[in-house]
Design a protein around this ligand. Structure first.
Ligand code: PMP
Length: 440
């Protein structure tokens, strides 16, 4: 038995020993197609020679220097790369070690912004149901995944929660897409007014919801409406793109497809592509300017912020994506994957919905397509699907429905941007087989 506290304390996962391209090999020599990038992390695949070379160079030169003494050339270059490629005036970056830290940083940056401009009475965030923002206490507080929150709820700050945008589940039959979107925006405005706009710091949302409901994109116009409401009431719009960002959906940032620019953006996972733990917050000019003009100090920090080796890995990953025009590949392969999922899996009796953007795809399983009734969570269908896929050498990311019983088991698919069509065919065919067998 392993002496690591694994997620499951009763089983030990398989032992991985090497990885190359889209494949991971375990200790028995069995190969797995990594069609979920772990958890949408591995965007360039494994063992990319240029990323490894950049990391080696950095380690030889300067692995780490604490930010209270030094910055480094590499981390400055990474900031320049990310702010140059971000739209609008997202002109500043703050580097941390992962997604939860990025979310914590975003929440604290937003709070400090209002303190600096003389509005310390703003203490509340609005966030959405069916969302995941990380496992630290602040991130868990804004998160809306009840299963993850339940035992920690008494420790969490109060957050005003509104409905997520989930057209498959929540749009009524008698409603147009536009009416549904407007209903959500009315609910958000109502929540802002009931809370009191002068008490609110920001609205926090995943652009495309990842882990909780499985690559659920917003309806057209939803985030434009969110942006308008945030502007109308003077509150900050924080986009959590830890999972859906950094090219995964076919544009560098998913919100670009919604025609909006948030005030603060969190990124991680695909930023470093799994080569090093790294996350970041991108912040707009007005926020940083307020801190500069005010106390001149961001009251936050971690030991490993701006880690030079992590920055070298991320810089190399982002340079390769840009140079090789991999976003175009995400768009093309993504369209192919989404169509194959629709056509091949859509015909199955128990596939309620297939959806997503780019190489970020979700499949939702239901007992019955018409009623959309989820399978009994006690069946743990997602776990069986994961085991059967692994037995066939395929890694996808199946998750159970959330506690409220409204949402079904789903499967998240997020292959590396270098994935080939035969590999995508293998993903779809294997899922077809496994879902058919497990839902018989
Ligand atoms: N935000 C989102 C949208 C995520 O999907 C995740 C991780 N799945 C996080 C935050 C937390 O990131 P991490 O696990 O790196 O702390």
């Amino acid at each position: 038995m392993s002496q690591i506290i694994h997620r499951s304390l009763r089983t030990t996962p398989a032992v991985a020993v090497s990885a190359q391209g889209a494949y991971i090999t375990d200790i028995h020599g069995k190969r797995f197609l990594d069609a979920c990038g772990g958890a949408a992390v591995s965007c360039l695949g494994h063992g990319h020679p240029e990323v490894l070379a950049a990391m080696h160079r950095q380690i030889d030169q300067l692995a780490y220097a604490h930010t209270s003494f030094f910055t480094s050339e590499t981390v400055e270059q990474l900031a320049a790369q990310l702010t140059r490629t971000a739209p609008g005036d997202l002109n500043y970056a703050y580097f941390v070690s992962g997604g939860s830290e990025a979310v914590e940083t975003a929440l604290k940056l937003a709070r400090q912004y209002f303190v600096e401009i003389g509005q310390p009475e703003r203490t509340t965030f609005i966030a959405r149901k069916q969302s995941y923002h990380g496992n630290t206490l602040g991130a868990l507080a804004v998160g809306g995944n009840e299963w993850r929150r339940r035992q920690f709820a008494p420790l969490l700050m109060d957050v005003v929660r509104v409905s997520a945008c989930n057209e498959y589940r929540d749009r009524r039959d008698d409603e147009s897409q536009q009416q549904y979107t407007q209903r959500l925006l009315n609910e958000l405005e109502e929540a802002i007014l009931t809370t009191g706009p002068e008490k609110i710091i920001g609205f926090c949302a995943e652009t495309v919801v990842g882990a909780t409901t499985g690559a659920t994109p917003p309806t057209p116009g939803y985030f434009q409406g969110v942006r308008r409401l945030c502007d109308k009431y003077g509150i900050l719009y924080i986009a959590d793109e830890v999972m859906c960002g950094m090219g995964r959906t076919g544009t560098l940032h998913a919100f670009e497809q919604d025609g909006v620019i948030p005030d603060i953006v969190t990124i991680a996972k695909g930023l470093g592509g799994g080569y090093q733990p790294i996350g970041a917050v991108l912040a707009s000019e007005k926020i940083v300017a307020a801190l500069q003009a005010g106390s001149g100090l961001f009251q936050h920090g971690h030991t490993y912020i701006c880690h030079a080796t992590a920055a070298a890995a991320a810089l190399a990953v982002q340079q390769v994506i840009e140079r090789d025009n991999l976003l175009a590949q995400v768009q093309q392969q993504g369209a192919y994957l989404q169509q194959a999922l629709r056509e091949v899996l859509g015909e199955l009796l128990h596939v309620g919905d297939t959806r997503g953007r780019g190489l970020f795809a979700g499949v939702e399983l239901v007992q019955d397509k018409a009623s959309k009734t989820p399978f009994d969570p006690a069946l743990k269908l997602h776990a069986a699907i994961k085991a059967q896929c692994m037995a066939r050498g395929l890694m996808v990311y199946p998750m159970g429905g959330t506690l409220d019983g409204q949402y079904g088991d789903h499967i998240l698919i997020a292959p590396p941007f270098i994935v080939t069509r035969p590999q995508l065919d293998f993903v779809v065919d294997t899922l077809h087989q496994v879902i058919s067998e497990e839902t018989r």
